[in-house]
Design a protein around this ligand. Structure first.
Ligand SMILES: Cc1cc2nc3c(=O)[nH]c(=O)nc-3n(C[C@H](O)[C@H](O)[C@H](O)COP(=O)(O)OP(=O)(O)OC[C@H]3O[C@@H](n4cnc5c(N)ncnc54)[C@H](O)[C@@H]3O)c2cc1C
Length: 225
């Protein structure tokens, strides 16, 4: 149950249950789900550790009895290295869920654009039943296309954009050699879409400009890290 800390923000306490490394620097963190904690797929919570608060997006389904997060360990970061090293069974305070990057069930084709851990909100949406979407997923290397098989199974169209030199020569169907921005500029069919963008701010800004130019009647929902 949510409690009040310092007389201000309602917080929930979760216990770390498991940590699985999905690549050299990115892990999935499993936590208990507090009673009465509900969220909309795509929403995030704020983790508080010591003096630091940082947001992380649920990748679990809204019906799972645990919470899952996909977290990138930034070596110079204040909080993500702590979450990477913290012993299991540690208790952490999290805020109530927040955020507006949630499934709008738009009549236009839904196009999810994600880079890195920005795939997180879309994983939760897919696990909670989202289908018939196009996903443009950017990563350096294939190992960073987190949850690739699961996404491939449920997306109507899944474009994997890879940017390392190893990937640039890969001619497999469904792969694009280059950034998501380049794909949207050069290869995505013009039309009217409901775009959902998630990743670092630089990507969001660049993609927003491209959408304004090439897909002007589209709507954009976005969340930058
Ligand atoms: C709404 C929201 C949802 C988020 N969801 C997630 C999530 O699901 N998983 C996740 O790993 N992070 C997520 N983030 C980012 C997260 O909140 C932290 O900013 C990140 O973990 C860095 O915190 P830190 O204390 O380790 O580093 P800091 O000491 O804050 O410094 C890190 C620096 O790296 C930049 N940065 C932040 N995130 C990334 C990233 N993913 N890749 C590259 N550079 C980055 C920051 O802008 C900052 O300049 C989210 C952020 C927001 C605003």
């Amino acid at each position: 149950m949510a409690e009040k800390l310092k007389g201000e923000n309602a917080v929930n306490r979760v216990t770390l249950l498991d940590r699985v490394w999905l690549s050299e620097d990115t892990f999935q963190l499993k936590c208990t789900r507090p009673e009465e904690f509900t969220f909309l797929p795509g929403q995030h919570v704020s983790f508080s550790v010591g003096n630091f608060c940082r947001e992380y997006t649920m990748v679990s389904a809204d019906t799972d009895d645990f919470l899952l997060f996909l977290i990138k360990r930034l070596p110079e970061g204040k909080l993500s290295p702590q979450l990477a090293d913290m012993p299991l069974q540690t208790q952490i305070a999290i805020s109530p869920p927040a955020g507006y990057l949630v499934n709008r069930n738009s009549p236009d084709m839904q196009v999810f654009v994600a880079t890195g851990t920005g795939i997180a909100p879309f994983i939760s949406m897919v696990r909670s039943g989202a289908r018939d979407f196009t996903l443009i997923h950017g990563a350096r290397d294939r190992v960073e296309l987190f949850y690739e098989k699961e996404l491939q199974k449920h997306a109507a169209s899944y474009i994997r954009c890879l940017t390392t030199s190893k990937a640039v020569n890969c001619n497999l169907e469904g792969f694009y050699s280059g950034r998501v921005t380049s794909f949207l500029k050069k290869s995505f069919t013009e039309g009217r879409y409901a775009f959902y963008l998630c990743g670092v701010w630089e990507m969001i800004q660049e993609v927003t400009h491209i959408i304004d130019e090439r897909f002007p009647a589209s709507v954009i929902y976005s969340e930058g890290y």
